[in-house]
Design a protein around this ligand. Structure first.
Ligand code: GLN
Ligand code: ZN
Length: 761
């Protein structure tokens, strides 16, 4: 008998109930008791949804983040929250977000850092450690939830914890100690925790060690041996869980650690599955992650059974089947969707539907395919329909893809020649000033957009309202004396959705939310088919904006790599091909803008870095096609047209050569927070084109002073010749208010003027 189980279920609720409960508590509109009651209700619903499983995850629910939960379980809290008034829950939210409900002044602290959970768009709270860090067990949360699950009548509740090595790996040292040195202090707390869970009736504990799919040094590999030999005690049994990739050189290590079972990601790691089966000692359980926990497509069940059946034959009772990873990264329930058309809906599976697939797989393995013949047939119909749909496959797009030649990615002339032509045409001053694209998205703008979506106002009314906003933004920029203007992006709710909505090959869900961090959720659009641009997407707005001013107006686009990385992407062709289709669509838009007389076009690649694979050895391949796509989208223009790109992260030292290969005439980047530290890279690497290091931190409501911005630019001028420097904020201003933006930009323009005056001597 093969068993079926799950690694984790989305915790936000099908209608984002957790978000609303959290936010009500933070605002003081709901008590802690109410928050906890809401949380309990979500867990109960989730357990119900997992009734058919042989093992059900417990402790995967979180009031904010599972890594923060683990820090509390291990008693690892930053010293700055100790001794503050309030409950443990208050401290929990203080670490997460700087404050709890009703905190004012003295109880606010600075929140811990937040960063991306492996290669997902989920962000965890980074645990802080120093050489002096000690650990002590607080198992209450897990024990309470375990009891709750047992009482709710689920089969075998299986507590989920983050393993000791992955936990340490996620920690950040706040001094010059090395976090791995804390292992000896950490392990006794894990032992104690496992004992307690066994006492409470857990037969199995799921121990997540996803770092086993990354490149580990010999020290870390050795630490795995030490740790799991220490935790070897037989009760409870440990399921060592790996996901998000292949084990590669950690395969033998993972197979041989003294635990009772191993989970592998058979979606991304399919190629090494046979090797795992061969290497795994004969007494161990193998949990095969056969259903993609990172995407929203239906599993091809027959195709999966084709490779799973022989494995089941070999393993017998030792086979468990599961999703590849926790279902945290997919939306909750497809049944909530009322507006998706039938075709597309029939191709999709959200968390609940994935569990149904799992059930069918389990039954087919245990009782034969005949036992689930109807389900398999329905699944096959959906798979075939998607494979052959004319909505997915557009021969003209495939033809265009085949016709891509290196010439498409090539500008007419090299940067120095182009720059000279652009200089003569644009006649910009030294240290030209600009902004990144968006101006404040006021409540008024949002209301208008919603009214238009609900068809409460006509297209003409909507357009008039947006044009009024553009007019306002242009007037303000002229008053400020900025050199290169933007239209302000009032008509865009989101930099990816805006383009997705106008491209063929995209669909949108109503409730397809996925947790990004805390109460923040994102609803990635679904890229299901060949991408075609039926008509121009931005030209009318930009042309209108340009008609209002004699200053140059930047056309504003999102780049292909960012559109790809912030969508749920089709899995039936390589991401590279999908990206190149997007690149061709953006290229057409760039060329239309140019034809409409737009001389400067910015193509944002805010999410380029996010696509980097977990293993550094795979970075180059990704960067090569990402850069190729950008170049295809950007480089079909004349020398006169100035191409800008924008990126909003400060760590790009390790990919600077690829960024230079994008060959944008100008790049604007986030730098002000890191105090221009990022520019250190220019001491070794001679960045050839123009660059605008952000001098205004747009994530803060503070108004930067003229002096601060001059100092930052002077630092930049030490590394990059002044003729190639621009002056601009870190990122778009859509989250700010006009009352902050105006004085900040006034100061920025004044800083540029002072720098120019100084340069003239
Ligand atoms: N042009 C976009 C804006 O200004 C860029 C946003 C981003 O980089 N995240 O809003
Ligand atoms: Zn940005």
């Amino acid at each position: 008998m093969a068993l079926i189980h799950n690694l984790g279920f989305p915790r936000i609720g099908a209608r984002r109930e957790l978000k609303f409960a959290q936010e009500a508590f933070w605002k003081g509109q709901a008590s802690a008791t109410e928050l906890l009651a809401n949380a309990k209700e979500i867990r109960t619903i989730n357990w119900k949804a997992q009734q058919t499983l042989d093992f059900v995850p417990v402790g995967d629910f979180s009031l904010y983040d599972q890594v923060l939960d683990m820090s509390f379980t291990l008693g690892n809290l930053p010293a700055r929250v100790r001794g503050l008034a309030g409950s443990e829950l208050d401290n929990y939210f203080r670490v997460a977000r700087g404050r709890s409900a009703n905190d004012t002044g003295c109880n606010c602290i600075h929140a811990s850092e937040m960063t991306k959970w492996f290669d997902t768009n989920y962000h965890y709270i980074v645990p802080e450690v120093t050489a002096a860090t000690t650990f002590s067990l607080n198992a209450e949360r897990l024990l309470t939830q375990l009891a709750e699950a047992q009482k709710s009548g689920v089969n075998n509740a299986k507590p989920v914890i983050i393993g000791p090595l992955t936990y340490l790996w996620l920690c950040k040292e706040k001094d010059d100690s090395s976090r791995l040195d804390l292992l000896a202090k950490l392990l006794p707390v894990y032992s104690e925790l496992l004992e307690k869970l066994a006492d409470a009736g857990a037969q199995w504990v799921q121990v997540d060690e996803p770092i086993l799919v990354t490149e580990l040094s010999s020290e870390w590999r050795q630490a795995f041996e030490t740790a799991y030999h220490t935790l070897k005690a037989d009760r409870p049994q440990l399921l060592l869980t790996t996901y998000f990739g292949t084990l590669q050189d950690n395969l033998q290590l993972a197979c041989n650690l003294p635990v009772a079972g191993l989970h592998v990601d058979a979606v991304r790691g399919h190629a090494e599955l046979t090797k795992v089966v061969d290497w795994l000692p004969a007494h161990k359980v193998l949990s095969v992650g056969a259903i993609n926990g990172r995407n929203i497509w239906k599993t091809d069940l027959n195709a999966t059974l084709d490779w799973l059946e022989p494995i089941a034959e070999k393993l017998g009772d030792r086979l468990w089947i599961a999703p590849s990873c926790s279902l945290l990264h997919v939306p909750v329930d497809l049944d909530s969707e009322e507006a998706l058309d039938e075709d597309i809906r029939s191709w999709l599976a959200f968390a609940k539907q994935k569990l149904s697939e799992l059930y069918v797989l389990g039954k087919a393995i245990n009782e034969g395919r005949d036992a689930v013949a109807l389900q398999l047939q329905a699944n096959q119909l959906a798979i075939d329909s998607r494979n052959h749909s004319t909505r997915v496959h557009n021969p003209a797009v495939k033809e265009a893809l085949r016709n891509i030649t290196p010439a498409l990615g090539q500008r007419q002339s090299a940067y120095p020649q182009r720059a000279a032509i652009q200089k003569a045409n644009l006649r910009l001053p030294l240290y030209p000033t600009t902004t990144i694209g968006s101006f404040p998205q006021t409540p008024d703008i949002r209301k208008t957009r919603q009214a238009f979506k609900k068809q409460e106002i006509s297209a003409a009314e909507y357009s008039a309202k947006m044009k009024a906003e553009i007019g306002h933004a242009v007037r303000e920029q002229e008053k400020l004396g900025l050199d290169v203007l933007v239209h302000g992006e009032a008509e865009r709710n989101d930099m990816v959705e805006y383009f997705g909505e106008q491209l063929e090959g995209y669909a949108f869900s109503q409730y397809g939310w996925v947790q990004s961090y805390g109460s923040r959720c994102v609803k990635p659009p679904v890229l299901f088919g060949d991408i075609r641009r039926p008509q121009a997407m931005t030209v009318d707005w930009i042309r209108y904006a340009q008609s209002l001013t004699s200053k140059p107006m930047k056309g504003m686009l999102t780049g292909p790599v960012t559109i790809l990385n912030w969508s749920f992407v089709r899995d039936d062709q390589p991401r590279r091909d999908t990206c190149r289709q997007l690149a061709l669509a953006i290229r057409e838009e760039v060329q239309d803008l140019e034809a409409a007389g737009v001389n400067i076009i910015q193509i944002d690649e805010a999410a380029l870095r996010e696509g980097l694979p977990l293993r550094q050895s795979e970075w180059q391949e990704y960067l090569d096609w990402a850069v190729e796509s950008f170049r295809i989208s950007a480089n079909g223009v004349r020398d006169e047209t100035q191409i800008h790109t924008h990126m909003c992260y400060s760590e790009f030292n390790d990919i600077i050569e690829s960024i230079a290969r994008m060959d944008a005439d100008v790049i604007t980047i986030e730098t002000s927070r890191s105090d221009m530290e990022l520019l250190d890279v220019f001491e070794q690497f001679d960045y050839p084109n123009e660059i605008g290091p952000g001098v205004y931190d747009i994530h803060s409501p503070n108004i930067p002073t003229v002096e601060q911005m001059i100092t930052l630019m002077q630092k930049a001028a030490e590394r990059i010749p002044a003729e190639r420097l621009w002056v601009n904020p870190d990122c778009g201003l859509k989250t700010r208010q006009w009352a902050e933006v105006i004085p900040s930009l006034e100061n920025m323009v004044a800083a540029a003027a002072a720098l120019r005056a100084a340069a003239r001597g």
